[in-house]
Design a protein around this ligand. Structure first.
Ligand SMILES: Nc1nc(O)c(N)c(N[C@@H]2O[C@H](COP(=O)(O)O)[C@@H](O)[C@H]2O)n1
Length: 151
């Protein structure tokens, strides 16, 4: 049985504490022999089946550019995106923490604290404008933390 969290850790901007937990943090991931500069690059590219467009996202410089490219609907979003996006995010976040010791040790050091993405505009991955969002990214981070703690 897990104990009640003692506190909440908020993260979001690269200038704030715990920025290592953001998908925008400079910790790359490898999938299928390809290197992605950040989790954000990989996640945004997976929205599309178009290989050229995926590669354009993979090669773009900054995670905010990857996110902007991922927002386009000029290239069709894959039809199953809503069904697969949580698992894609989990796999990418898990890979990031398996790959990089600095964010991994920081995540493990949070013990059983609640983790929340303090994203003001995002009530799905973050807690949104009123703090009541789904916080799916925070939940994934807590799941990955539990896996690492049990390793
Ligand atoms: N705009 C922005 N800036 C940041 O610094 C962020 N961490 C985020 N949040 C991330 O956006 C991704 C979700 O993108 P979609 O809305 O599903 O296209 C996800 O990685 C959030 O963590 N956004």
């Amino acid at each position: 049985m897990s104990s009640k969290p003692e506190s909440t850790i908020y993260f979001y901007a690269q200038t704030d504490a715990y920025s290592e937990f953001s998908n925008f943090a400079p910790y790359g991931v490898a999938f299928d022999d390809l290197w992605w500069r950040t989790v954000e690059h990989y996640f945004q590219a997976m929205k599309f089946h178009d290989d050229d467009y995926r590669e354009r996202i993979r090669r773009c410089g900054k995670p905010k550019d990857a996110k902007a490219l991922g927002m386009t609907r000029r290239i069709p979003l894959r039809a199953d995106w809503e069904d697969v996006k949580d698992e894609i995010m989990l796999n990418a976040v898990r890979r990031k923490f398996q790959t990089h010791a600095i964010p991994r040790e920081l995540l493990i050091s949070t013990g059983n604290a609640h983790i929340a993405e303090n994203a003001p505009m995002d009530a799905y991955w973050g807690i949104g404008p009123d703090g009541a969002g789904l916080n799916q990214l925070g939940k994934i981070l807590m799941q990955v933390r539990m896996e690492l703690q049990n390793d």
